[in-house]
Design a protein around this ligand. Sequence first.
Ligand code: UGY
Ligand code: MN
Length: 249
Amino acid sequence: MHHLGATRSSLKADHLLQTPDTFIRTPLPGASGLQFIVHVAPQLGARFTQMTAEFESNGTLGPTPAQRFLFLIEGELELTVAGETHLVCPGGFAYLPPGEEHTVRALSAARAALIEKPYEPEEGAPEPEMVIGTESSISALPLMGDDALRVRSLMPDGPAYDFAVNTMTYDPGAALSMVEIHIMEHGLLMLEGGGIYRLGDAWYPVEAGDFIWMAPYCPQWFGALGKRPAKYLIYKNWRRHPLGVAVQP
Ligand code: UGY
Ligand code: MN
């Protein structure tokens, strides 16, 4: 319920904070029994899309022209790919390289983060390979030696892969040690807890359920507040030349 048009959501040239009270759902081609919240897309200047897919039980996802990363937030999904069927539970994720045919069907009402990006081939690099995993089975590494801020890398890192998706978990009071300003853009979904996000020259209170897009070079900093850890899922483009050309080996 809006109070005279007030919302925490904010759109600026270099960032978007989108809070659940401003989410609009839309159907997309090829999918049935589910709706999409398109958080960010090239229409806003991003070079990827990030959506939340909200499945009814038995809903099925359509194909994508791009590579796809799926992270399950709630419910259960069945992923069929390369002749095998996998059960995906909350915290489960999958990376489907471009052209990897697959089907996704919901076994219950479910909610998943979907990140899609046109693949940028790299001269001499191997083909990217499919990944299916669970966040909890990935080791958490302290960021810059800070045990109170832990990063789990869900994607493999190597020349074949042109983006990364991580979870970052902040103990109460933990914060990024610096204001970051970098060429990579981010798509970020708050999964747990909350805190203060600096984006550009604004400081926003944020909490679980919020989405943030940060354009390249958007100044960014986060500090966790409250009595429980804050956790987010974060996308960044990675390992490709800024001019967008394949570099000769
Ligand atoms: O990977 C990152 O750039 C990350 N440290 N950024 C962020 O949390 N805003
Ligand atoms: Mn960053």
